[in-house]
Design a protein around this ligand. Structure first.
Ligand code: C2E
Ligand code: CA
Ligand code: CA
Length: 685
């Protein structure tokens, strides 16, 4: 399918071509009409004025002959001869009775209408001198075609017939034979001469010149219009394809021209690498210098890439620090080598700085095609290929090092999984496929159940139990997480209410609320309404804020925390210690609980130094009047240590893994953790 850009591009091209074509046809039609009308009017006028007097004198002669014949005048021919016109008289059998003048006439001829008199007359051919020129319409008008034929006939006009064309005086004399009914079946056929004197010639030449000028003007106008429209089109396309920052090509150009190139090579066995090249420290550079300086650098980068690629390869500047490149390659290895060299030369593009560039690439293999079959034109999708390249690029570490990554099967799988999750998310929610698991929190000194955390699982009919790590990050990116948060709060509130009604000794359950949710101003009210709807006392619900939440609008965050506390919900900071700003955020956030990140209790962090950090964190929380929960605790030594340091609760596999509601009910009923059981839990697969 043609992309949007391709369609737009075609539209621009088509609009201008159709525009020019319409203009051209309109111009040509109008000018042709004007020219034809002008010539006809002029000729009609000329013939009218030139022939009418001749016609009148011939008509007079015909009358003279008819009257003379009726009166039996023997001298009638002598009288007629004095009139100076050549003439012929034919009898009712068509034979010539009398002829005067140098020319005879043939019997060829036909009726035409005389323009002035609107009369039907017979016009004959002059056998010696050529033709008279009745037009096709049957009117006595100059037939240009016949006239031209006559002009180019092998008749040597000058020599044979000086009367015909007086070259010296530039006078043209064309014979026109006109027939009049002379009674009793006889016809008087007189020779009229169509004379053109110098003035007429000048007029004629002027007319031709005017027409020629007109044609030239029209042609120039049409040509100018065509050129203008071509230039307009080029300008439009330039704008359409131009990148304003580098002055080079933009993403649209890359997409349209790139797909054209790939579609042309569809039957080849070529391989192409679609590359997303990112200038990693562009933003930094702009901050230290200026955006204008940064853009200058982008121009150099663009030029450098362009000088590096071959004639059948492409490069465009897409967005601020991103470039799209299309490289022809024999395999991934070669593409990688070339990109490495390119990045190498880009890193030192400014001798005073060392820059880093990262590239993600996706290989289009014409031979391998798609799912075991060759590509069709519709399969060529540069947009998706570039998107894959960008995805590959994002797998590179976000630090300042250069690097190259290719889109591979694993990423493809992740991509597919992403699509699957996004496709099913709403149905899964509607069908209540999301389950609430509970992970108990115990007091390490008394082993008493003190709380729990609600953790989501997706019980998919297709994929079985899916852990949150496989879908929560996707929901956080696409915003669906807010619906999940609501879902979890509602379910936990309902469960708690249910358990309270059943007489269980309930403890507060914390629910994770995603950072994305905290942009909503009325979050605290939403939570309160949902909990109230279930009829659960607020002290049984705790809200866990992931640490990254604290990077957002801090004041809004504090407002929400205060409101939640005002409504009687405890608020905890999740994953404390997993980021560098957690200490700082503690200063302003009026939190109730601090959850020590599980990383503190991983093997490599254990040891004396680790213990000091944990011990100080606990002291800090105590001084701030906060309760402290240690997460991810798996070993008895850690439990003992934490108990000694005064840690309030432990949430970890040592005591219990997250479990479905019915299992959690048992834990509530037990109230105290069975340590031997807890140790067995950790070692369980
Ligand atoms: P989290 O909030 O830090 O949850 C604790 C995670 O650590 C849970 O993983 C839990 O099973 C695991 N864990 C607890 N004790 C131990 C231990 O001793 N050893 C080990 N190795 N792991 C332990 P889970 O349930 O897979 O959840 C992963 C993350 O998914 C959660 O991390 C949380 O960020 C997110 N998540 C889970 N449920 C929800 C939810 O309902 N809403 C939101 N927004 N996020 C959720
Ligand atoms: Ca949590
Ligand atoms: Ca946590």
């Amino acid at each position: 399918m043609a992309s949007k850009s391709e369609k737009k591009y075609r539209k621009i091209k088509r609009t201008h071509i159709v525009g020019s074509l319409i203009w051209f046809i309109l111009f040509a039609a109008i000018s042709a009409c004007i020219i034809v009308a002008a010539v006809q009017m002029l000729l009609a006028y000329v013939i009218d004025t030139k022939i009418s007097s001749e016609y009148e004198s011939l008509e007079y002669m015909a009358k003279l002959y008819e009257n003379g014949k009726a009166a039996g005048n023997e001298d009638i021919y002598a009288i007629l001869n004095e009139e100076g016109h050549g003439y012929v008289i034919t009898g009712n059998d068509g034979n010539v009775i009398y002829a005067n003048g140098e020319n005879t006439i043939s019997s060829e001829g036909g009726p035409v209408t005389l323009p002035v008199k609107d009369e039907q007359v017979l016009v004959y051919r002059d056998t010696e001198r050529g033709y008279v020129f009745p037009s096709n319409s049957g009117r006595l008008a100059l037939d240009l075609n016949a006239f031209r034929k006559w002009m180019s006939s092998d008749l040597d006009i000058e020599e044979k017939d000086p009367e015909f064309i007086d070259v010296n005086n530039s006078i043209l004399n064309l014979p026109i034979w006109i027939s009049f009914d002379a009674g009793e079946g006889e016809h008087f056929i007189g020779k009229a001469i169509f004379r053109a004197n110098r003035r007429d010639s000048i007029m004629f030449v002027t007319l031709i010149a005017v027409i020629a000028v007109l044609i030239v003007v029209i042609l120039i106008a049409m040509l100018t219009e065509a050129i203008k429209s071509f230039v307009r089109q080029r300008r439009m396309l330039d704008l359409f394809f131009k990148d304003m920052v580098t002055g080079g090509h933009n993403w649209t150009w890359f997409l349209v021209k790139g797909e054209q190139l790939l579609k042309k090579r569809i039957h080849s066995n070529d391989k192409y690498a679609v590359v997303n090249l990112v200038f990693v420290n562009y933003r930094n550079y702009c901050m230290c210098h200026s955006v204008a300086e940064g853009e200058k650098l982008l121009v150099s980068v663009y030029k450098k890439i362009n000088s590096y690629i071959g004639s059948r390869e492409m490069c465009a500047h897409t967005t601020s620090s991103n470039f799209a490149i299309l490289l022809k390659c024999s395999d991934e290895l070669e593409a990688g080598e070339r990109l490495k060299r390119l990045i190498g030369s880009l890193e030192t593009i400014d001798p005073d700085h060392k820059f880093s560039f990262q590239a993600g690439a996706f290989i289009i293999d014409m031979e391998k095609g798609l799912g075991g079959r060759r590509f069709t034109k519709d399969d060529i999708d540069l947009d998706t290929a570039y998107n894959n390249a960008s995805t590959a690029r994002t797998t590179l570490d976000d630090n300042d090092d250069s690097g190259i990554a290719f889109f591979d099967e694993k990423l493809m799988e992740e991509h597919k999984w992403l699509d699957t999750v996004q496709e099913r998310q709403q149905a899964a929610l509607d069908n209540e496929e999301f389950l609430v698991y509970y992970q108990p929190k115990y007091d390490p000194r008394t082993n008493e159940l003190k709380g729990a955390e609600a953790l989501i699982r997706w019980n998919s009919p297709e994929f079985g139990i899916v852990p949150p790590g496989r879908f929560i990050p996707i929901f956080e990116k696409n915003g669906f997480i807010t619906k999940i948060d609501h879902y979890m709060i509602k379910h936990v509130a309902r469960d708690q209410k249910n358990w309270l009604d059943k007489g269980f000794k309930c403890v507060p359950v914390s629910v994770n609320v995603s950072r994305a949710h905290f942009v909503e101003n009325d979050l605290a009210d939403q939570i309160r309404n949902m909990v109230d709807e279930a009829g659960t006392p607020h002290e049984y619900i705790e809200i866990e804020l992931t640490e990254s939440a604290f990077f957002d609008d801090k004041r809004a965050m504090i407002r929400t925390i205060n409101k939640l506390k005002e409504y009687g919900f405890a608020v905890s900071m999740d994953d404390f210690g997993s980021g560098y700003s957690s200490l700082n955020s503690l200063k302003d956030m009026p939190l109730d609980v601090l959850k020590l990140d599980a990383e503190f209790f991983r093997d490599e962090n254990a040891g004396r130094r680790g213990e000091i950090v944990v011990s100080e964190a606990i002291k800090l929380a105590k001084n701030l009047n906060m309760r402290i929960v240690a997460e991810g605790v798996e070993v008895r030594d850690q439990v003992d240590f934490l108990a000694g340091e005064g840690c309030d609760m432990i949430q970890g596999y040592f005591f219990a893994k997250p479990m479905p509601g019915d299992k959690y009910e048992e834990k509530m009923a037990e109230g105290k953790a069975e340590i031997s059981q807890a140790e067995a839990d950790v070692s369980a697969p």
